[in-house]
Write a protein that binds this ligand. Sequence first.
Ligand code: GLV
Ligand code: GLV
Length: 329
Amino acid sequence: PRPAILIARAVFPEIVEQLREHFEVEHNPDDVIYSKAELTQRLQGKAGAFTTGGDRVDGEVLAANPQLRIVANMAVGYNNFDIAAFNAAGVWATNTPDVLTESTADFGFALMMAAARRMAESEHFLRRGEWKKWAYDMFAGGDVHGSTLGILGMGRIGQAIAKRGHHGFGMKVVYHNRSRLPAETEAAVGATWVDKATLLAQADHLVLVLPYTPENHHCIAAAEIAQMKPTATLTNIARGGIVDDAALAEALRAGRIAAAGLDVFEGEPALNPALLTVPNVVLTPHIASATVATRRAMAQLAADNLIAVLGRGAAPLTPINAGPFTPRA
Ligand code: GLV
Ligand code: GLV
């Protein structure tokens, strides 16, 4: 019999059809959000799963499904997976790197610019019918061109944002990351490594693109925001929980920094209600990778990982398992 898989969320119908050519497919066209218990139950008898960033897969889910061999996440981030449990259980875990880098960098740059140039705040003003006359200081923001771009986290997306700032906008680009890029990569993207305190102090526009881990929970909180320029902007396209959203809302309200752009939130899709009451923040619903072409490419890569492992008996294309790993038979 053909292997059975679960597609845990709604996805492009043509991807579902393609997977049906290889597998017995249970899918979720109504896009119901499964509880952990329901996900565990629906995975019974399944050799593979197609998940998104909202689907938590931990050691209990894996232990209850000893036939499961691969979980393919349609996201580059994978903090919804307990990777140590995947490694221990011998279950392949995969993500979708590379295919979303440029689209996500475009969005991060746009969100930073929208915050700096007060696009959302001024648009809401206009929609409320409050625009009665032009004024010399109306919605005057901070310049992007020629300013200093700070990037926290310097993976593929961080490097793509650095290039945009350096080559396109004549920005000075500084970054902080645990590991420093090779000198030739730094030169190619036009970025210089600095320590975190220097990054916070120098950035006119700080963009966060680091993966979420327990160690960097709230790595931008009140103390870090206090080290930023009062004219600076903060943009988070990484993950909720990296920023202390309550502290950020308070800093924005008090004018301790100029503005923020947020695509991800602690506890999303719920968000800290204080963020909705401050005007100087641009809020978007976790859509940084959302172009039609990129979302298709992400879904295709997740499908290709399932087909590689369960259809061809090969290794997946983009595994995230680390360390000693023996796949389940
Ligand atoms: C989206 O947040 C992703 O990790 O792809
Ligand atoms: C993370 O994987 C990135 O692409 O920046």
